[in-house]
Ligand binder design. Structure first.
Ligand code: NAP
Length: 236
C-alpha cells in the first residue's frame, strides 16, 4: 500500500480542535465515482472494494454515531453496524427524516444497537402510529419543532456524542455542508463513471466563488490497487 501523509502534524492538530466545538466532530465518509456520484440514476451504489468496506467499518468503530438520511435507508436498507473489524460496541445509528416516510421493517430498526430517528414534530404528529411502533421496537424518535441539522447536532452533543460519521446520501451531505456542520470529508474514488445519479452533495448548490474550500490532508492508494482514499479537512 502506498500512502502519502501531507501534513500529518497539522492533521493531528486539526483533529484535536473538535474538543472545543459545542457540536460533535463530523466526518463525511463516502465512496464516489470519478464523476463524484454516490449512486447511479437507478440507485446502484455498490462502489466499495473489500478493503474500502473494512475502512468504512473501522471508522464506524471509531465514532459515537453513524448518520444517514431517509433516502439511504429507504434505498439501501443498511444495518450500519460494525462487522468487518473487531469492536467493543456499535455506534449509535442516526436517521434524519423530515417526512418519517419510513417502514418500521427496515433493518436499522432492529435494536440494539441504539438507534435514533430525528424528525419534525409535524410529521411525528401525522404519523403517530409509526412513532409508537418504532418506540416499541426500542428506537428513540426525537421530534423537533422545525427540524434542522443544527438542532440534530446539538441534541446529539447533549447525549454525549462527540464524533459522528455521516455516510450519506447526497441530500443529507449537501444540507450539512450548507449549514457548515462538517469537519472532514473522507472519500474513496472508485474508478467508474455514472454520468448521472446522486452526487456527493445534492442541493441547490453554491455560487462558484462561495463554494467552501477544503484542504487535502492525506491520500492513500487502496490495497486493491484501483482506488484512492483521500482525507480532506474543512478550511477554518
Ligand atoms: N456511495 C456511497 O458511499 C453512498 C453512501 C450512502 C448513500 N448512498 C446512496 O445515496 C442515495 C441516497 O441519497 P439521497 O440524496 O437520495 O438521500 P439521503 O441524503 O440519504 O436522504 C435524503 C433525506 O434525508 C432527510 N434529510 C436530509 N437532510 C435533511 C434536512 N436538512 N432536514 C430534514 N430532513 C433531511 C430527508 O428525509 P425524508 O425524505 O425521509 O424526509 C431527505 O429526503 C442512495 O442511492 C444510496 O445508495 C451512497
Amino acid at each position: 500500500m502506498w500512502r502519502s501523509t501531507l501534513t500529518s502534524k497539522a492533521y493531528r492538530f486539526a483533529e484535536s480542535q473538535w474538543l472545543g466545538l459545542s457540536r460533535p466532530y463530523v466526518i463525511v465518509f463516502s465512496t464516489v465515482t470519478l464523476d463524484g456520484r454516490l449512486a447511479s440514476r437507478e440507485g446502484y451504489s455498490r462502489l466499495s472494494c473489500e478493503f474500502d468496506k473494512v475502512r468504512q467499518h473501522r471508522l464506524r468503530s471509531e465514532v459515537d454515531a453513524v448518520m444517514v438520511g431517509g433516502g439511504t435507508v429507504r434505498k439501501d436498507d443498511p444495518l450500519l453496524t460494525v462487522r468487518l473489524v473487531k469492536a467493543n460496541r456499535n455506534p449509535t445509528r442516526v436517521i434524519v427524516s423530515g417526512s418519517l416516510d419510513l417502514s418500521p421493517d427496515l433493518k436499522v430498526f432492529v435494536t440494539p444497537p441504539p438507534t435514533i430517528v430525528y424528525s419534525d414534530s409535524g410529521a411525528c404528529e401525522a404519523k403517530r402510529g409509526l412513532v409508537e411502533t418504532l418506540r416499541a421496537k426500542g428506537v428513540e424518535v426525537v421530534c423537533l419543532e422545525g427540524l434542522t441539522l443544527t438542532k440534530v447536532m446539538e441534541d446529539l452533543y447533549s447525549r454525549g456524542v462527540r464524533r459522528v460519521m455521516v455516510e450519506g446520501g447526497g441530500r443529507l451531505i449537501w444540507s450539512l455542508i450548507k449549514e457548515g456542520l462538517y469537519d472532514e470529508i473522507r472519500l474513496t474514488f472508485s474508478p467508474s463513471v455514472f454520468g448521472s445519479g446522486v452526487s456527493l452533495a445534492e442541493g441547490e448548490g453554491f455560487r462558484g466563488p462561495e463554494a467552501p474550500k477544503l484542504r487535502l490532508m492525506e491520500f492513500t492508494l487502496c490495497e486493491c490497487g484501483r482506488e484512492i482514499h483521500a482525507v480532506y479537512k474543512r478550511e477554518c
